[in-house]
Design a protein around this ligand. Structure first.
Ligand code: S6P
Ligand code: ZN
Length: 196
């Protein structure tokens, strides 16, 4: 679509809330329960839910730019609300393929956590509330988790050459999970985590 000699023109776009959509997205990604195999700790409930319905968990609208150093991909992520058993809806999560590329998120609506983890297994969780920005430094895998009862809407911006490594998280998962206990979101050790 773009060559490295392509000169991009400046552009603007509007975000509509509700429902959480950007003007003229170049890409609309929809991820359902079936793409989260092995990620929810209660595999039995996951399988039972999936048999009934391949529910939509989250969506991403992207503005595409050339995937070259210096450009920035941006868009809107929407994590719907709900739970698999008592574990909240969340994104797959990933490292960037170019590991030392960071990412900026800005929460527009909802309540959640950004769960993060380094290749060495250090972890961090930052709470997401409207008008709060989160910076994810290079090397930190990231997963958005919706702990509220409305859609979690966030803007994101990251280097266009970053790429996505999903395989590492698919194999080892995240060290911590967020579950509902007595009406509260609590962070627990993930029994499915495989230490690096
Ligand atoms: C991309 C950025 C987001 C995620 C989105 C969905 O680097 O972090 O656009 O792609 O939140 O998550 P995931 O883990 O399925 O890509
Ligand atoms: Zn990312």
């Amino acid at each position: 679509m773009f060559s490295s000699s392509h000169v991009l023109k400046p552009f603007t776009y509007n975000i509509k809330i509700p429902p959480g959509i950007i003007d003229k997205p170049d890409n609309h990604i929809l991820r359902t329960l079936s793409s989260m195999k092995g990620q929810y700790y209660d595999q039995k409930i996951y399988d039972e839910m999936l048999q009934k319905e391949d529910a939509l968990l989250y969506e991403v609208y992207e503005k595409i730019v050339p995937e070259i150093p210096g450009e920035l991909i941006q868009g809107l992520s929407i994590v719907h609300f709900g739970k698999v058993g008592n574990e909240y809806f969340m994104t797959k999560g990933h490292f960037h393929s170019v590991l030392d590329t960071g990412e900026f998120y800005y929460c527009l609506q909802g309540h959640g956590y950004m769960m993060m983890e380094t290749p060495e297994g250090e972890w961090a969780a930052e709470e997401l509330v409207p008008n709060r920005a989160v910076y994810i430094p290079g090397r930190w895998a990231h997963r958005s988790i919706n702990i509220g009862n409305v859609d979690l809407l966030m803007l994101f911006v990251y280097p266009a050459n970053a790429g996505h490594d999903y395989g590492t998280i698919e194999r080892r998962s995240f060290r911590k999970i967020v579950v509902n206990q007595d009406g509260r979101a609590v962070i627990l050790d993930n029994p499915r985590w495989i230490a690096p």
